[in-house]
Design a binder for this molecule. Structure first.
Ligand SMILES: C[S@@+](CC[C@H](N)C(=O)[O-])C[C@H]1O[C@@H](n2cnc3c(N)ncnc32)[C@H](O)[C@@H]1O
Length: 317
């Protein structure tokens, strides 16, 4: 079935395909391959000289991409963080620009469902959370090594957790007795000291989100990748971004709005130099899944798609 491959159901699939406005012989970039639900559906619309670059920083996702599409001459696959998308594009063809770029942010169902990856407070596993397996610091390194003040900052900044000080204090006290190694240990401890204000939300939800964002430098990655994507969009090329929490959605919204407006320094002046003109045009309002989709796929609940189009060269604001 298109859109539901190897344990991950692609979110907002028809809306993404419409947003990308696919040209059969165009060049497209799926910056978050996952299990290829979106990539497979894009490929179905490309003819022999169409191109699709697929990126993922997770070697399991890339192995899946190679198994499914490695023999397809239209497809190039890279194990890389999406902040390096320009280098990946250059490896295919120097200066390559795309008619559409998709980011479907966050983690995939196989990552969440595999307890050994340590993303989930629902399934006990090592406290890891690294998307790029084995690279950089793990969640356990952060929980056991960061100062109380740093933990408070991480939980507030990346989890918007109101009880950050109480949870950080409890972590620092408990880890002196025994370091945290398992997701269940951390989740149970948080449930003991903090109550969730949100119905149906486990009290550890926000701390786990914060640790995941911090461990994977998700906001830095997104900031760098949005700038690189803008640079690599062909005239009239579409940028489609699905985010799953307010921090990344805010970043995407502000980025798109900023580049869809003229440089405020030149506001009111009769002549707008080319570099001060908008480079993007917003395409519609943000889109959230309909209830039929969220009933079928719970993980779609918090998804929000934003779309913008690169303004063609020489087109005035
Ligand atoms: C929500 S899933 C994508 C699902 C995919 N669209 C599908 O239909 O199967 C997000 C994927 O993006 C990858 N990812 C997240 N941040 C990344 C980054 N900074 N660079 C590259 N890949 C990233 C994750 O490893 C994960 O596989």
């Amino acid at each position: 079935m298109v859109g539901a491959d190897a344990g991950h159901t692609a979110v907002l699939l028809p809306q993404v395909l419409a947003a990308l406005n696919i040209r059969a012989s165009g060049a497209y970039l799926d910056a978050t391959f996952g299990r290829g639900g979106h990539a497979g559906a894009i490929l179905e619309q490309l003819i022999a000289d169409g191109r699709l670059l697929c990126l993922d920083r997770d070697s399991a996702a890339v192995a899946d991409a190679r198994a499914r599409f490695g023999e397809d001459s239209r497809v190039r696959i890279f194990l890389a963080p999406f902040s390096e998308l320009a280098a990946c594009a250059d490896a295919v063809e120097p200066g390559l620009k795309f008619d559409g770029i998709l980011f479907d942010l966050g983690v995939s169902s196989p990552q969440l469902d595999d307890a050994a990856r340590g993303f989930s407070f629902m399934r006990d596993g090592p406290l890891d959370m690294r998307m790029s397996r084995g690279e950089g610091v793990s969640a356990a390194d952060v929980v056991n090594g960061a100062s109380e003040a740093e933990l408070i900052r991480i939980f507030r900044e990346f989890g918007e957790e109101r009880m950050a000080p109480r949870i950080a204090r409890a972590i620092v006290a408990d880890r002196q007795i025994r370091p945290f190694e398992r997701t269940a240990e951390l989740a149970e401890m948080i449930a003991r000291v903090a109550r969730s204000r949100e119905r149906h939300k486990h009290p550890a939800t926000r701390v786990f989100q914060a640790l995941r964002i911090y461990v994977n430098a998700e906001l830095d990655e997104l900031e760098a990748a949005l700038a690189a994507a803008l640079d690599r969009l062909a005239p009239n090329g579409r940028l489609a971004v699905i985010s799953f929490h307010s921090l990344e959605d805010r970043m995407v919204k502000q980025f798109m709005r900023r580049h869809a407006s003229p440089d405020p320094v030149y506001a009111g002046l009769p002549d707008m130099p080319a570099h001060a003109r908008p480079t993007l045009k917003l395409v519609g309002k943000s889109v959230q899944p309909a209830s039929e989709e969220t009933e079928r796929n719970q993980r779609a609940r918090s998804a929000r798609l934003r779309v913008a189009e690169r303004i063609g060269q020489g087109v005035a604001a």
